[in-house]
Structures are given as C-alpha cells and as structure tokens.
Design a protein around this ligand. Structure first.
Ligand code: ATP
Length: 907
C-alpha cells in the first residue's frame, strides 16, 4: 500500500458517530481485540509512532557548520589573504574551515544520536484489553479497535473514543490550554471539532484524574498529534546555559584575536619595517589561530556523552543542560517510599482493641473470636484496588498489595460482593474509601493515615461490641500508632460503617466518610534500600543537603531517615499542618536554620512551596515525585526527578530526569556524573586556551625586535599547529575519569562561570608562558648554534637560510610537544596526575600519538616542507625538544602541589 493511501485508513470511521456504530465500523467490541487480530492490524496500519518531518537534515546542518558566525570570521580572513595575494595562506585557512566544520558536524551528529537513543530507555506503555483481559503493551503496538484502559496519571497514546467512565484530561500538549477538561463516555457530541468533542481523548494528552475505557480510532501519524507533528519542523534543540556562556566567551576571544591581529599590523610595519600586505597576512594568521571555533561542538558532544552515560546508569535526562545543572545540585528533596525504601511493603503487625496479630505467623494466629479482626480483614480486601492475576501475582499499589497478601495469609476470604462506589486515594486527604456489598449488607469501608481516619470515627469495635470512641480510647490508639511509627513502620487505620439498606448509597465523599467505627490498625514494614546509606554519606561529604518530603507519618519518616543516615538523633520534623500555617518568611528561616529537615504528612503543594523557597535562596534543587499532583513541583525544581517504574506518566512528562530504577542512589550517581562532565569541559577549555600565548609570542618577538629577529613561526605553520593539535586531545579530555575528591567538595555556585579567572591565568600566563618560552628557546638554540647574530639575514639564498627553516620548525615542534605537556597538566585541576593514573585515559594517548605522527609528516615529507617552510631536524634538535612535555607537565604538577598544600593549611 502506498503512503498516500495511508491517511484514509484511520479515518474511514467517524469518531463522533454513535458508539455502537463506531465499534461496528472499527470491527471491535467493548471487550477489545484478540491478540491475533491486533497483530494482524499492526501489519496493516503500521506501528503507532510519529515520524517527524525533516529526517534528512544533515545537508542543512553541514551548511550551518560553514556559515556560523565564527566560520564567517574565518572566511573573511581567507578573503583578506586572497586579496593580499598570499594564495597558500588563503587556501590554508579554507582547509582550516573545512576540517573544523567536518569535526563539528561529526560531533553534533554523534551528540544528536546519543540523545535520540534515550527514547529506548523509556519505552512508552499502554494498558489495553486483549483477549478480554487487561494487558500492558508497548504504545507503538496500539491499533485502531483496541480498547484502552485509562487510569489517573496515564499518558494517552492514541486517539480514542470513551466507552465507559469519565476522566480529567490535560490537553495542553495539543491545545496549549493549561486547565484540564472533563471527558466522559456519557457525553455525546456531534457536529463540533474533534478536539472539542467531550467523549474523545487524544494521543499525547494526559489523564489527570478518573478512570475510563476508550476504543482507539486513530494511531500514529493519523492522530491529531501526528497531524501537528507532520506540520511542524523538528523541535529545535535549546542551547544550554553552559553553551551560551561559552559562546559568549568564544566571541570575546574572537574579538581579542581581531584586535591583536589588527594591532600587529602597525607594530610589524613600523617596528619590523615589514611591508603592509605582509604584515596583514601575519595578522590574519594570528586571528585564525586564536579564534576558538572548535570549542562549542566539543562541549555539545561532552554533554551528550554525559547524557548517554547517565542513561546507562539508570538516569534518563531530557535536556543536555540537565547534565550541567546536576553538577551544581546543592539540595535534594526526596520522598521516602520507593526512593529511600524498596517499596516492597509487608504487613508485620495488625492491631485491634482485642489483640495484636502477626500475619507472618499464618492463619493460626488469626483469632476467629475477635470480630474486629474479621471486619478489619474484610475492609483490607474490599477497600483495595490491588489485583491478583491468573498466575496469582499481585499488581497495584504496594501498600494495597501488602494488605491483600496479609489478609490472604490470615485466611480472609476473597472479595465477595460488588463495589458500589470508589472514593479514590487522595494524597491530600491521605485516605481512600469504598462503598461495598459484603457480609450480607452495604458498607462504607475506609482506610488511610490514622490522623485523617480517627477524626472520622465515632466508635471502636471492641470485643465484638461497638463502643464510643472516647478521648481516652482515642489517646490509647494514638499511642499504639506512635509506637509502631517510631520503629519506621507505616501505619494505616481501618474503619467501616454499615449503611441503612433502605437509603441510597452515599454519592459524596463527605457523606460516606462519617460516623465510622474504627476496626483496627495495620502496620507495615518497607525496608530501606541497601545502597541508600552509602549514597547519603556521599552527599554529606559533597556538601549536598537532603530534605525528606514525604506523605508518611512524622515518626515513620524520622525513623527511616535515621536508618539511612539522613538524620541524626533529633531531626527537625515539620508536619504538613505546621507547614501550612507557616508564612513564606518562616519557611525561609526554617530552611536556613536547619540543615536536617523532614517534612512529614506533606501534600504535593508543600513540595512546590519548598522548591520555591530553596530556589529563592539560590540553591540548585533536585526534587523527586511520582504522582499527578507532583508535576508542578517537578517542573519548578531545577531538576525534577520522576520515578520510571512507580511514577505516573504525568510525572515523567514533567520531570527533567527519570530514574529507570527508582533509586535514590542513582540521583547521587547522576550528580557525580554532572560534576565530572562539567570538570572535564573546564579541562579542555583550559587546554584549548593554553595555546594562545605560544601562538602570539613568536609574532610579538618578531615585531618588537624591530627586524633584528626573523619571524620564529610562519603563518602556515601556525595554521597547521592550530588544526592538528586542538580537537583530538580536547575530545579525549572530555572523557577523563573523575578526579579524586570530586564528591568531597561543596557544590558549585549557581552563578559560577565555567571559565574562571584562575583558569584563564593558568592557561594564558602559566602554561602558555612556559610553552612560549620553551618553544622560543628551541628557535634560538638552532639559530645561535648556526652562528646567527641579531640582524643577520636569514632569507632565501642567505647562508643561514636552512638553519632558519630548522629554527622555525623547532618553534613549531616545540609548541606541539609543549601542548602534550599541557594536555597532561590539564587532566587534573587540583589532584596530582599520579592519583588519577598517568595512562588512565587511553584516548588521550591516541590523540597524542596522532599529533606526533602528523608532526613527523609535516616536518619530514618534502611536499609539506615546501608548503610550510619546515626542514628536517637533527638528533640533537629532537633531543632538545624531547623534555618539553615533561617540563610543562612537571611545572604544573608543582603548582598543583603548592595549591593543595595551601588548601590543606588551616586558615
Ligand atoms: N492506598 C492507600 N489507601 C489509603 N491510604 C493510603 C494509601 N497509600 C498511602 N496511604 C496513606 O497516605 C499516606 C501518604 O501516602 P503517600 O503515598 O502520599 O506518601 P508516601 O508514599 O508515604 O510517601 P512518599 O511521599 O515518601 O512517597 C501514607 O502514609 C498512608 O497513611
């Protein structure tokens, strides 16, 4: 079938026609498709994927590499050389442009691939009915006719018509409207635009509340989202703050290069009595040598490779800039369940007024004479959305799975009657209720946090009798709750009320959840993750603050925080109620005064307030979350972290980083990677900047000597040095292993620039000056040895001409060998190279080998000798430059040693 025929397929049906007709047209039913039929349709309709236009963008990309502003500057330089009549220089500059563009192109392509590969780490899933049963399938395998099961927090992956139920939908992806809209199977709309029809849902939108089933009528490019994607060009990659910063600096340096070049002309004409066109050519050479055109692509690639590494470790980030933000993270606001703990709940204790039971002991321990226990088990089973599939495996919320498992163990019968109503778990109210037909009657069954359930109870089941819940009784129950919570257990209270059969079942939550009878408490254990304690210790050493923001009980949260080392003996615990009563000013003061803080019984809105307050104080904040209501806080934090396994699609969409293993330790590993990438970027910037001084000095010496010293480096040699030595070692420095002590220093300030004055001083005035002095010494060594005196002619035909060519070659080789030393020196900022291992970066060794091989070709092959003005060097000359790398590197080792010593000294 041709592509052109495709769009008709999905829309051979009218999604707004009567539901029965639509199902007939789609050859489907309310129970969905069979697996075999779905597989057949997948072949017919193709995968449910979007193909963005503009897949073959590389010609445009390539052109961009030749036309970005720095390249244009180089083109202007080439034109200038051409006009001045120095054709080889003009050609050489064009070669520089081409080589740089090719490198940049390859790097950007690689960067893009690395980011695109991320999609594989976060496969989008969809819940459908297949063969009449719920199943989870890759969203790409959805076909028209499939019946989707939509739950709160789900991303909808195809256009569909609601078959039953009602949902709140966030349509902002399609319409830009921020407010969710209600969509229901009961509302039939015809004659309106599809997006307005109140019984339709669309691919790319999110379900923020409710439950529904819907039959798919369009997939892939035939969806509304597909139409938009077909219209719009590929999304532009936004530039990260780091790239923006470096772009600015690159421009500054380019400006300096232009000024230095321009200043050289009068200096050379008046000082060294050079004809103006010749002086102009040198100026152009200087300019080309100093424009840092290779810098940005190297940074982009370093960030992209950082993103790829993070994904491999379980942290999928969605923006390149997240890598650098991670490196500056100063506060992690983490929830508890599933992040610090394993999210594998196990009921350890059940309490009723008549006794305490331990489900681990089995049914024998369940006392049949305790009617409260019987009722409690009924509520545990009825007020529960967890499900057991045919194989007996439980699925659903871990708290509820634990309850179902415990009830089983205590010998409770399965669900008997039907459910009349569900008031779903509300993270603000922290409870859930159902209206059920069970045990020969109709009941309201409630479970939730004791603080929210106890106030709704007026009675307690005690020894088979319903007694009033007096203040004293209430106090006793609270004592039991505290005792269990103090051990780190999550405690839920369970209550029920028998309804009058003559009256209709309550429709409102408030009407249902009142005058309840407390049946008992269920305490469950969720062990801390083994890796968390070590990760916490890492954070503390790295000056990163950890704030726990949890929906759980204050004592439970404090106990777990203590177990993993986040909090000491007496942590400051602030409950949601107290936080709500706090002014912004009080909250700021609280966050400033106490490093160890736990926010318990907090609502998702609390997370937003905390993130805002911390950011206002200048902290870079990472915030975890998994629910629909967490989305605003995830967006507001610098790094919103969503849980890949337990999190809702809404949270994942809002987050900057998704943890595929839900593990706190992964956040810390990601911060470490962020710091490492940032460090490495600094290393190669230092390396690239260090060759500015040795490039300028030969021209300065020439100009300032007023003609007494011949030019120590030709323009073509300078260009060859620039192209041959910059990119490969810089790329290798981007892959440096982490420097020791990386996680023992405080986080970087938000405002700190990647290029610091100390780094510039080190590059230009320390490493640069040493390199310049050494390469100039090589130049004079050869000249003086040949009997040269200042002012002697060295031009073609003069007796000293060969020696002069060898001398410039010495400057050239001296600069290359010094750069090798610089590359080793730049590998660490503070530490000694021995502590990271001299050969621990094989890429760098390869880069250097390439550099030396290239130098040999340029110096010893006749065509290049003719082009660059080089001459073969003798053994003693090679012996002269051989120690240069060691000298540069050694000098920097001493500098770093002094630096470390000074830092270690008490103030
Ligand atoms: N399915 C549920 N039904 C009824 N009550 C629940 C249910 N799940 C949790 N609760 C109660 O609500 C409280 C808050 O739960 P919530 O899921 O918001 O946070 P959490 O998972 O404990 O913590 P965190 O925010 O650290 O993930 C729990 O401590 C528990 O008392």
């Amino acid at each position: 079938m041709s592509q052109a025929e495709q769009p008709a397929q999905g829309r051979e049906v009218d999604p707004t026609e009567r539901l029965e007709l639509l199902l007939r047209d789609l050859r489907s039913a309310r129970s969905g498709l069979t697996s075999r039929e779905a597989a057949r349709r997948l072949v017919q309709y193709g995968p449910n994927e979007l193909h963005r236009r503009g897949g073959h963008r590389w010609p445009g990309e390539l052109v961009r590499q030749f036309t970005h502003p720095l390249a244009l500057l180089l083109w202007a330089a080439a034109a200038l050389a051409w006009v001045a009549g120095i054709i080889p220089v003009a050609v050489a500059i064009v070669v520089v442009i081409v080589i740089n563009a090719a490198f940049a192109f390859v790097q950007e392509l690689q960067a893009e691939r690395a980011v695109e590969a991320l999609a594989a780490y976060l496969p989008v899933q969809a819940k459908v009915l297949r063969d009449g049963r719920p199943a989870v399938v890759p969203a790409a395998e959805l076909v028209p006719g499939d019946v989707l099961v939509i739950d709160e927090g789900d991303r909808i992956s195809a256009d569909a018509r609601l078959v039953e139920g009602g949902v709140e939908i966030d349509l902002s992806m399609l319409t830009g409207e921020a407010m969710p809209v209600f969509r229901s199977a009961e509302l039939l709309d015809t004659g309106v635009s599809l997006l307005r029809a109140r019984d339709l849902v669309f691919s790319g939108t999110m379900c923020t509340e409710g439950r529904a089933r819907a039959v798919v009528f369009a997939t892939g490019m035939r969806t509304e989202l597909g139409r938009i994607a077909a219209l719009s060009e590929r999304v532009q990659r936004e530039e990260s703050p780091l790239e923006r910063q470096v772009r600015k600096v690159a421009w500054l340096i380019a400006a300096i290069a232009v000024v230095t070049g321009a200043a050289f002309v009068p200096l050379a004409t008046f000082g060294a009595h050079l004809p103006v066109p010749e002086a102009a050519v040198f100026a152009v050479g200087l300019l080309v040598g100093n424009v840092p055109e290779g810098l940005l692509p190297v940074i982009t690639l370093a960030l992209a490779l950082g993103v790829r590494d993070l994904a491999r470790r379980g942290a999928v980030v969605k923006r390149l800039s997240a890598v650098e933000t991670l490196g500056a993270t100063g506060v992690i606001c983490t929830d508890k369940t599933g992040t610090l703990t394993e999210n594998r709940m196990r009921v350890t204790v059940i309490w009723t007024a008549a006794g305490t039971y331990e489900p681990e002991d089995g049914p024998a321990a369940g006392d049949a004479r305790d009617p409260a226990l019987g009722g409690l088990l009924s509520v545990m089973v009825a007020c529960n959305n967890a499900q057991r599939d045919l194989a007996g495996t439980l699925t659903g919320d871990p708290t509820e799975m634990a309850m179902l498992a415990a009830a089983d163990r205590l010998g409770a019968p399965g669900r008997t009657g039907g459910r009349l109503r569900l008031f779903h778990f509300d993270p603000v109210l922290k409870r859930m209720s159902t209206v059920d037909e069970r045990d020969g009657g109709t009941w309201v069954d409630t479970k939730g946090a004791p603080e929210t359930v106890l106030p709704l109870c007026t009675a307690i089941m005690e020894g088979g009798e319903v007694r009033p819940l007096t203040a004293a009784r209430r106090h006793d129950v609270e004592q039991v709750v505290d005792a269990h919570a103090r051990r780190g257990l999550r405690v839920l209270a369970l209550a029920a009320r028998r309804l009058d059969p003559a009256r209709p079942a309550p429709q409102e939550r408030a009407d249902a959840e009142r005058e309840l009878t407390l049946l008992g408490l269920v305490a469950m254990h969720d062990p801390p993750r083994a890796e968390v304690a070590e990760a916490v210790a890492y954070c503390h050493a790295a000056g990163i603050r950890i704030i726990v923001v949890t929906g759980d009980h204050a004592l439970t949260a404090a106990a777990i925080a203590q177990q993993v080392g986040i909090a000491g003996e007496h942590p400051v615990v602030v409950t949601g109620e107290r936080l709500d009563a706090m002014s912004e000013h009080d909250l700021d003061a609280l966050l400033r005064e106490h490093r160890q803080l736990i926010f318990a019984r907090s609502s998702p809105e609390a997370k937003l307030r905390i993130a805002d307050a911390l950011r206002a104080e200048g902290h870079v904040v990472a915030m975890t979350g998994d629910g629909v209501n967490d989305a605003p806080a995830l967006r507001r934090a610098d790094i919103g972290v969503a849980m890949g396994r337990s999190g809702t699609d809404v949270a994942k969409e809002a987050a900057t980083m998704v943890l595929t293993d839900d593990n706190f330790a992964t956040i810390v590993a990601a911060i470490r990677s962020g710091r490492q990438v940032y460090d490495n970027i600094r290393k190669f910037i230092c390396y690239i900047f260090a060759h500015t001084t040795p490039e300028i000095v030969p021209f300065l010496v020439f100009a300032l000597a007023g003609g007494a010293v011949p030019l120590p480096l030709t323009v073509l040699q300078l260009l060859a040095f620039d192209v041959g030595t910059e990119t490969l070692p810089a790329l290798a420095l981007g892959r440096e292993p982490a420097e020791p002590g990386l996680m023992r220093r405080p986080p970087r300030e938000r405002s700190e620039s990647v290029i610091r004055t100390s780094m510039l001083l080190r590059a230009w005035l320390f490493l640069g000056v040493i390199c310049a002095v050494l390469s100039m010494s090589g130049f004079f060594y050869v000249l003086l040895k040949a009997g040269w005196h200042p002012g002697d002619p060295t031009g073609p035909g003069s007796p000293l001409h060969h020696a002069y060519r060898q001398a410039t070659t010495m400057t050239f080789l001296g600069m290359i060998t010094c750069q090798i030393g610089t590359a080793f020196a730049a590998r660490t900022e503070r530490a000694s190279l021995r502590s990271v291992g001299v050969t621990s970066n094989p890429l760098l060794l390869w880069g250097i080998a390439f550099e030396l091989a290239l130098a040999a070709v340029l110096i010893y092959t006749p065509p290049f000798q003719a082009l660059l003005g080089t001459a073969a060097l003798t053994m003693d000359m090679l012996a002269f430059v051989a120690p240069f790398p060691l000298i540069v590197w050694g000098a920097d080792e001493i500098r770093r040693w002094l630096l470390r010593r000074r830092e270690a000294q008490p103030l």
